[in-house]
Design a binder for this molecule. Structure first.
Ligand code: GDP
Length: 486
């Protein structure tokens, strides 16, 4: 029953850095791969103010970044759905994205030049009205999952591509669980129906095992047979995406400063820091001052997916933004501020938080324990093993020191920084922390505050009441043979 920091963050739909930060302030320096026991995981969950649904195995906690605020409620208008295409490798995700884009965008477009900015939109007609669908064009659930791990929720509908000649495959199943965990509705595109070997009914049959039952079989999952190659049935697919979107709460207030998520960012040689912003609420305009992640910026220019310079971008639209001072990370939130001072102070605060997280990670990486020292000894990297030795009485200390003197020290030298009778105190912990030492206690106890100090400083305290066990462990560590017990 343990979870890594990364797994916990995924489950709670919060950024990993958020989990690391909470642990840090509780005196636990953790890396993203660190295993957390249930108690710690629950503590973090509580600190985040997340209610865990009792009884559900997937502890279906939800903390989705709120893009809509109370003040928006009277001004909400429908916005287009943002769609991610997921599915197994080679089932046609890229082909489908390209096919939809070419069928819907290139025609009649001035020059027809399109550029990849991480998202594109298509214009369609729905119920006799003009409508749009926005596609995130980084296919695959890695991108989806990475965003989610950072706390971003940008996808409204997932299109699950399944090749009709290959059926449900491992990444199909992964995609289904990611979409379900995120609470995103799925539309299935059964692709490659042009192929001789296509067996769309077999695909449908296989999907029922994952509770995706087609409507014609009494279920509620829309499944559309398509051919990306022959551009067949793409209109139906778009139509179905819009149909599914109708029952979702896709609203935003276009008349307010913009807020949303960074979906791509990079450093361009000619143009400097460039990022694609997906606007999720409000309208982004040239000249707006914003904070993205920890970066401050002012929109100098915006370019849409059709390579057009635009002055404004409303809800669900993605634009490439010029005017950043630094490169934010995909999944970072951005927000426009009318008050430049407020923006600057938020950016500063975020920068500080990022530093703290980095510090916490660096400290965790530096963690010294008898087990890690043993690992280093095995790799031949350990030259010295520093010890702080505390025991009940002077007599015990002398016995232990004498026996330690007998241990072979040709590979690794034992250095006793301190040996004294008495409790293990905070001062002992400070000494150990400052010199990457392990504390060994024999028949003694911890003074109040010592445990907390040790946890905060990543100091390993080993307690023994049998001498030979103590000697065995130290010898094993020096030889790189200590069993990892935690
Ligand atoms: P991805 O890995 O899911 O992005 O898959 P791709 O889009 O790269 O497609 C994998 C292969 O399947 C390519 O060789 C495509 O040409 C082919 N392919 C994609 N869609 C279709 C289709 O509808 N029909 C046929 N016959 N082949 C397709």
């Amino acid at each position: 029953g343990s979870l890594t920091v990364q797994e916990l963050a995924m489950k709670l739909v919060v950024p990993e850095s958020e989990v690391i930060k909470i642990l840090f302030f509780k005196g636990i320096a953790a890396t993203i791969n660190q295993a957390l026991d249930l108690e710690t995981a629950e503590m973090v969950t509580k600190e985040l103010g997340i209610e865990v649904e009792a009884g559900t195995q997937e502890s279906a906690a939800k903390k989705v970044t709120e893009m809509i605020e109370a003040g928006d409620l009277d001004y909400l208008q429908r916005r287009p759905p943002v769609v991610t295409i997921m599915g197994h490798v080679d089932h046609g995700k890229t082909s489908l994205l390209d096919a939809i884009r070419h069928a819907k965008v290139a025609q009649g477009e001035a020059g027809g030049i399109t550029q990849h900015i991480g998202a594109y939109h298509v214009d369609v007609e729905h119920n006799g009205e003009p409508a749009q669908v926005v596609f995130l064009d980084t296919p695959g659930h890695e991108a989806f999952t990475a965003m989610r791990a950072r706390g971003a929720r940008v996808t409204d509908v997932a299109v699950l591509v399944v090749a009709a000649d290959d059926g449900v495959q491992p990444q199909t199943i992964e995609a289904i669980s990611h979409a379900k965990a995120a609470g995103v509705p799925i539309v299935v595109a059964i692709n490659k129906i042009d192929k001789e070997s296509a067996q769309p009914d077999r695909v449908k049959q296989e999907l029922t095992e994952f509770n995706l039952v087609p409507e014609e079989w009494g279920g509620d999952t829309i499944m559309v047979p398509v051919s990306a190659l022959q551009r067949e049935n793409l209109d139906t697919l778009l139509e179905m995406i819009l149909l599914v979107s109708e029952v979702e709460d896709l609203y935003a207030n276009p008349d307010r400063p913009a807020k949303g998520t960074v979906i791509e960012a990079h450093l361009d040689k000619a143009r400097g820091a460039v990022a694609t912003f997906l606007v999720q609420n409000g309208t982004l305009r040239v000249g707006d001052v914003f904070v993205a992640g920890a970066c401050l910026g002012k929109v100098r220019a915006m370019i849409d997916d059709r390579s057009q310079r635009v002055e404004a971008a409303g809800p669900s639209f993605a634009v490439e933004v010029l005017g950043l001072t630094d490169v934010p990370a995909a999944g970072d939130e951005f927000e426009v501020f009318t008050d430049e001072k407020a923006a600057r102070s938020l950016a500063d605060q975020r920068t500080m938080e990022q530093r703290q997280v980095r510090l916490a990670q660096a400290m965790a990486a530096r963690r010294v324990s008898l087990t890690t020292l043993s690992d280093q000894a095995r790799e031949g990297e350990l030259k010295e093993l520093n010890l702080v030795l505390k025991a009940d009485v002077q007599g015990s200390l002398e016995a232990i020191l004498a026996s330690l003197g007998q241990l072979p020290q040709d590979q690794v030298q034992l250095r006793i920084l301190l040996s004294a009778p008495g409790e293990i105190t905070e001062t002992d912990v400070d000494l150990a922390a400052a010199s990457s030492a392990v504390i060994v206690g024999f028949n003694t106890t911890l003074a109040s505050g010592a445990r907390q100090a040790a946890d905060q400083n990543n100091v390993d305290i080993r307690e023994y009441n049998i001498i030979y066990k103590l000697l065995d462990d130290l010898q094993a560590a020096m030889e790189g043979l200590l069993d990892p017990e935690m």
